[in-house]
Write a protein that binds this ligand. Sequence first.
Ligand code: AMP
Ligand code: ZN
Length: 143
Amino acid sequence: MSSECVFCKIAKGEIPCAKLYEDREIIAFLDIMPATKRGGHTLVIPKKHYEHVTEMPDELLCKTMSVAKRVACALMKEADGVNILLNNGKAAGQYVKHAHIHVVPRYKDDKIGLAHWESVKYHPGEMEEVQARIKKLLEEGNC
Ligand code: AMP
Ligand code: ZN
């Protein structure tokens, strides 16, 4: 836990949030600056401080994702789609250094650029090289 961490403070009830769900390990609340004009953008976090989702124990991550799924299911009752996403590390757009899952309701023609990126092509043979490199990283352990 970090005493400066805004999400730790939310988890401990030290600063307010628009809470949607809470249990012993997890809390879900509205993002204070939603991506959508109609709101509903939700954050689901473990109460215990982990900087990155990749540091969370599998069981806790599964429970956190399960809550994100429930929130997404609820949002689907009024939205046309939902993005469930997480930013892991600064280069990936993570600014709050407490692991969190974003659940963002999407509406037809809402023009939010969350799920679109400019695709690139692999050169011949490059995909196999990348596959071998990442398989090695996966198999060397700690993941
Ligand atoms: P990320 O870029 O993945 O780190 O996103 C962090 C999110 O946390 C942003 O969308 C912020 O709007 C949101 N956020 C930061 N502080 C608060 C807060 N006090 N209450 C609710 N959401 C917050
Ligand atoms: Zn924290």
